[in-house]
Design a protein around this ligand. Structure first.
Ligand code: SPD
Length: 433
C-alpha cells in the first residue's frame, strides 16, 4: 500500500522546552513512544530503550509499518524524534501531537519527507518475489525490552523487566518503584538502585540478621533502622526469644510498596512484637534510651539522599550508646568494588566509635547488587560476642534445621568473615601470607 505516491511518510521532529524530568525517565519515554505508536494505529513489534549516564534516553519502537526513534537531551529540555510509517493506515502526525503533549513541550516542529517515491521505486518493480509477494504474514509478536540499570559512572548491573511499573511514587525523599523482572521476580528500586528482589532477597536479609542473632544468642530487643520492605524484621522474628522489635523507616512509600507487591517481605510487618515507626532514624537514636537494645540493624539504602546521615559518626555514636552490654550492631556497608571509597569511610567511622578490635567486616554474594559482592559491618559494644570465637555450632545448626534458609548456614557464618586481600587492604588490615 502506498501513501500519496510514496511507500512511506517520515517526519523528523524537534520538541523544545520539554519537561526535563520526563526526558530523563527511560520508563516514561518508552511508554510514551509505545502509546504514540498505538494511538497512531501502528502494530508494535519490538522496543528497546536505554538511559545514558548522567543524562538522556535513546530508544526505538519497531512497528510493523516501520519505526519511531527518539534521543533526548533533558539538560536542554530537547528531544529529537523520527516517526516513519508506511501505508495509509498509520498517521504519523497523530503520534507527533501525542508526544508534544506527553513531553509537555512548549514548542514542536517537524518536516515531512515522502520515502520511496513510487515513480522512482517502480523502476525496480520487475523483481519476482514469487508467492511471498502477497502471502498472509502471521501477526507479529511484540517483544518489549526494558531494563532497570543500577549504575555509577563506570559499572552497571541491569535487570530486564516487563516494562510495567507496578508501583511508583516520587516522595519527598526519593523515587520508590516496583517492577516485575524476568529473572528475579518483583523488584523494589529506590532512585534506580536495586533494594531487593523476590528471588534473591533472602541472601541479604539472612546475612544481616542471623550472623549477629546467632552469635549473641539472647537478643530480646532489636532495633531496625530503615528496612521498610520488612525482610529484616521477618528474619529477626524467626528467633523465638525476641520480645520487641522497633523499626524506624523514613519513607512510608517503601512500606506501602512492599505491602502491595512484596508479601513475602512484608509478611511480618503486622506482627504484634513489632513497633513500626515512620520517621527519622537519626532523630530516633538521638532521643532513644541508653543501654536498651541488644541488636541494631542498619538496613539502609545507599549513602545518597535521605540515607546519607545514617553513615555519620554522630549517628553511630548514638547507636553505640543505646546498645546494652554485649550488644551488637550490623549494617549494610556497601560494596568493595562498587563503592570502595564509601565502604572505607564507613569502616573508619565504625572503628572510631566501636574500636577497631570490636569492628569486623563480612561479605555476601547478592546477585542483584552491582558487582554482586556486598559488605556488612559487625560491631560489638564491648568486645563481647566475637563473631567467630563466640559461636556455638550446635545452637546454629539447630536454628538452621528449624528454619528454611536459602543462604545462611554454619559454614557461611565463618566463611563470610574471610576477606580477600584487596578488601583487607581497603580496610587497612594486615594481609597474612
Ligand atoms: N545498593 C543496595 C543497598 C541496599 C541495602 N538495603 C536494601 C534494603 C533491603 N531490605
Amino acid at each position: 500500500m502506498s501513501f500519496d505516491g510514496a511507500l512511506g511518510r517520515h517526519i523528523i521532529v524537534e520538541y523544545y522546552d520539554c519537561s526535563s524530568e520526563i526526558l530523563s525517565d527511560v520508563n516514561h519515554i518508552e511508554q510514551a513512544m509505545l502509546d504514540a505508536a498505538k494511538i497512531a494505529g501502528a502494530t508494535i513489534i519490538n522496543s528497546t530503550f536505554h538511559h545514558f549516564s548522567p543524562f538522556g534516553v535513546s530508544g526505538v519502537v519497531v512497528i510493523q509499518e516501520s519505526h519511531l526513534a527518539i534521543h533526548t537531551w533533558p539538560e536542554f529540555g530537547y528531544a529529537s524524534v523520527d516517526i516513519f510509517t508506511c501505508g495509509t493506515e498509520v498517521n504519523p502526525w497523530v503520534a507527533y501531537n501525542y508526544l508534544l503533549e506527553n513531553f509537555q513541550a512548549k514548542n514542536g516542529s517537524a518536516i515531512e519527507a515522502l520515502r520511496g517515491q513510487l515513480a522512482i521505486v517502480a523502476q525496480g518493480k520487475n523483481v519476482d518475489y514469487g508467492d511471498h509477494a502477497h502471502s498472509e504474514q502471521p501477526a507479529p509478536k511484540y517483544n518489549r525490552n526494558t531494563w532497570l540499570t543500577d549504575k555509577d559512572e563506570n559499572i552497571a548491573l541491569s535487570v530486564r523487566h516487563s516494562g510495567e511499573i507496578l508501583y511508583r511514587k516520587n516522595t519527598p525523599f526519593q523515587k520508590v518503584e516496583v517492577f516485575d523482572s524476568y529473572a528475579y521476580g518483583k523488584l523494589l528500586a529506590i532512585d534506580n538502585m536495586v533494594m531487593c528482589t523476590e528471588k534473591d532477597e533472602y541472601a541479604y536479609h539472612e546475612l544481616i540478621v542471623h550472623i549477629p542473632m546467632l552469635t549473641h544468642k539472647n537478643v530480646k530487643r532489636a532495633l531496625v533502622i530503615g528496612g521498610g520492605d520488612g525482610g529484616t524484621v521477618r528474619e529477626i522474628l524467626k528467633h523465638q526469644g525476641v520480645q520487641e522489635v522497633v523499626m524506624i523507616e523514613i519513607d512510608e512509600a517503601v512500606v506501602e510498596a512492599s505491602r502491595l507487591h512484596l508479601p513475602q517481605l512484608s509478611q511480618s510487618l503486622d506482627d504484634q512484637k513489632l513497633n513500626l515507626i515512620i520517621g527519622d532514624g537519626i532523630k530516633y537514636v538521638e532521643e532513644a534510651e541508653s543501654d536498651y537494645f541488644d541488636l541494631i540493624v542498619i538496613d539502609s539504602s545507599d549513602p545518597v539522599g535521605p540515607a546519607e546521615g545514617l553513615f555519620s559518626e554522630v549517628f553511630f555514636s548514638n547507636c553505640y550508646r543505646i546498645l546494652r552490654e554485649g550488644g551488637l550492631m550490623t549494617g549494610q556497608s556497601e560494596s568493595p568494588r562498587f563503592h570502595a571509597e564509601a565502604m572505607q569511610q564507613l569502616f573508619s567511622v565504625y572503628n572510631k566509635v566501636f574500636g577497631r578490635e570490636n569492628t569486623h567486616c563480612y561479605l555476601g554474594y547478592i546477585s542483584t547488587y552491582p558487582t554482586g559482592v556486598w559488605s556488612f559491618c559487625y560491631c560489638s559494644k564491648d568486645g563481647a560476642n566475637h563473631p567467630l570465637n563466640d559461636i556455638d555450632a550446635t545452637y546454629i545448626n539447630e536454628f538452621c534445621a528449624n528454619n528454611e534458609l536459602g543462604y545462611y548456614n554454619l559454614e557461611i557464618h565463618s566463611a563470610a568473615f574471610a576477606l580477600p586481600n584487596f578488601v583487607k587492604e581497603l580496610l587497612n588490615e594486615e594481609v597474612t601470607v
